[in-house]
Write a protein that binds this ligand. Structure first.
Ligand SMILES: [Cu+2]
Length: 292
């Protein structure tokens, strides 16, 4: 009898789990690169022994990372609601977003966080990195982490913005952080696929997709019963990036870029769209930067 009740309890739990799974609503999709991916340059760490020592194999830049099917990694995808307030009561994700420094690279290379979400900067290397945020709207940070560190909490982000983070010790180290006013965002994985979780209300939404080299795109998704799909395709040909903007107009003024295209070379209205939840101020800056 005891066994039976245990089994029953397990069955009930399983049923609950299934029900919860069924109720969970996700927006999914994939990002593909159309055409041949440019070959990424090898990062030369030879001048810094402690970094080079951590990489028996060559390390490539992470600007364009595709799998063998053309899935494009590190694309920030987000809903762009007309009115964030219409999304209902939304809370920042409880789990902290973590930017790690490992083997003299940022992990992940692209990170998305929500306003108010905890943001931790971790150091997996037993030596100095100086992590330097180029944020202008948000509280910026600029501090050294001389040794391994499980995570130093920085001030939570306050507004939608995208910015670059760099290391002042190792010039090749760069990461991007995008801040949203809502939790409906994701970053595409190794296979170019993404999942926006959080169950946004049913309806039609604009979705933005931003890539460091290929810029911005917008798509549409219809969310029904919390589910929806939207795919993006970026063209490999003709891109002149890296593009620190237009999704990140502030970077151009910061000189935080890697060179290459600047906002001056971007003329299409579409590519000047802010990547998700832009504040009016950001939009205004986009226009100012674009007309300079
Ligand atoms: Cu560093």
């Amino acid at each position: 009898m005891k066994l039976n009740s245990t089994l029953l309890a397990a069955a009930a739990l399983a049923a609950l789990g299934l029900a919860a799974g069924a109720a969970r609503a996700d927006i999914t999709g994939s990002i593909m690169l159309d055409g041949k991916a440019p070959e990424m340059k090898e990062i030369d760490m030879s001048g810094v022994k402690e970094c080079a020592a951590q990489h028996p194999d060559p390390v490539s830049e992470e600007m364009v990372v595709v799998d063998d099917k053309g899935g494009l990694k590190n694309v920030i995808v987000a809903l762009k609601p007309d009115d964030v307030g219409a999304l209902g009561a939304i809370e920042a994700p409880k789990e902290a977003a973590v930017l790690d420094q490992k083997g003299c690279q940022y992990v992940p290379h692209v990170l998305a966080v929500m306003v108010g979400q905890d943001l931790m900067i971790k150091n997996d290397d037993p030596f100095l990195h100086n992590v330097h945020s180029l944020a202008q709207t948000n509280p910026s940070f600029n501090f050294g982490q001389p040794n391994k560190d499980q995570g130093k909490k920085v001030d939570p982000m306050k507004a939608a913005e995208q910015f670059k983070v760099k290391c002042d010790v190792h010039p090749w180290m760069g990461a991007y952080i995008a801040v949203f006013e809502h939790p409906f965002f994701a970053v595409s994985g190794d296979d170019g696929k993404f999942t926006i979780k959080g169950n946004p209300p049913d309806g039609d939404y604009t979705v933005t997709a931003w890539h460091e080299k290929y810029g911005n795109q917008e798509g549409k998704v219809t969310v029904k019963d919390g589910k929806g799909t939207v795919d993006f395709k970026f063209k490999a040909e003709g891109a002149t990036g890296p593009i620190d903007n237009p999704g990140m107009p502030r970077l151009a003024r910061n000189g935080g870029g890697d060179g290459g295209a600047t906002v001056k070379t971007v003329s299409s209205e579409k590519s000047m769209t802010c990547c998700g939840g832009c504040t009016e101020e950001t939009k205004a800056n986009t226009k100012v930067a674009a007309t300079k």
